[in-house]
Design a protein around this ligand. Sequence first.
Ligand code: FNR
Length: 341
Amino acid sequence: MSKAAQRKNEHLSIFEKYYNPKATNDFDEIRLIPNLLPELSLSEIDPRIDFLNHHFPHSFFINAMTGGTARAQEINAQLASVANKFHLAMAVGSQKIALAEPELRQTFSVVRQANPDGFIIANLNANQNVQQVKEAIAMIDANAVQLHLNSLQELINSTGDRNFHLLANIDKIINSIEKPVILKSVGFGLSPHDLRSLQDIGVKYVDVSGTGGTNFIQIENQQNKTHQLAYLSELGLSTVETLRVAQNFPFETIASGGIRNPLDVVKSHVLGAKMVGVSGTFLHPLIKKEPQELELLIEQWIEVLPKIMLMLGKKSIADLAKAKYIPSIKLTNAGDFLDKS
Ligand code: FNR
C-alpha cells in the first residue's frame, strides 16, 4: 500500500479516536423560536429541496470522506447503498489518490455501481487542473464536483502541499466544467476575505464546512507523531459563524461541519443554507462496523426533521430561511468582528 493510501486508512481510525457524539458546538449558541399555533398539520410539511439543478427529497446529504483503500472502498459502498436507499446526495473523498494510482479507481467508482441513478459529487483539492477535474467527474459519473480548500491541513502534514496560489486555477475550472462546482472548506470555515475572493471570480456554490465537528488539524497532527502542532487545532471559524457571514453574499450555500442531529440541519436552514452535509456523524456507525445503525439513524432524521419544522410553524425549507432566531452573546460578538473584517 502506498504512503498516501496508508494515510487514508489512518484518517478513518484517527477520526474515530476523536469522535465525540456529546461535543457541544456553536449550533448550541442558536435558539429557535417555537410556534404553538402553527395552523398546519404534519402532512403539510415539505422537507424537499431543488438545488444543484436537481430535486432532492431530503435536504441533508453524505459529505466527502473517503476512498483509496480496501477499507475505504467498503465504507464508500456502504454509504452509497444508504444514499441509494434514502435518495440522499453523496460526495466521495478526495480522488487525487486515484488520479495518481489508477488501480485505486474502483475504491471510488463503487459508489456509482451501488447507486446507479443517485446524485454523486466528485471531490478534489482546488490545486488540480481542469483535465484532472474532468477525470474525477468521469471516474464516478458525477453530477457535481467539490473543490476543497485545505491549506491548513496540508501545512500540518509534513509532506503536504505548500503552494496556495489557487484563485486563477479555480476561475479556470468553473469556466470549463459544465456541472455545478462547489468550493468547500474542510472543517475550518470560510472567512469574509475567502468569501469575497470566491465571489470575485464568480463562484456560485460554497460549502462552508466550519469548526464544530471533525477537526483535521487534530487528525493530521496525530499522523505526524514527531511534529506536535496540536495547539493549532483551535484555528478556524465555526459553521454557524461562517453561515452568518455567508448570508451577506450571493452564494447558494451548503452547511457542513459539526452537524449532529436534525435540529442542527434545521438551524443551518434558518441560517440560510440550501443543503446540509454530514460526515462524522454518519461515518461513526460504519467505523464501528454497524451499517444498520446508520440506516436507523437516517430513518430517524427523516422522521424527525419535518416535526421540528412543524414545531417552528415552517412549512418548507425556504420558509425556514425566514425564521427568526436568538443568537448568544458569543455569536453576536463574533458577528460584529466578522462584519467589519
Ligand atoms: C473528511 N473530509 C474531507 N473533505 C474533503 O473535501 N475531501 C476529503 O477527502 C475529506 N476526507 C475526509 C475524511 C474523513 C475521515 C472525514 C471524517 C472527513 C471533511 C468533511 O467533508 C467535512 O468537511 C468535515 O469532516 C466536517 O464535517 P463533520 O465531520 O463535522 O460532519
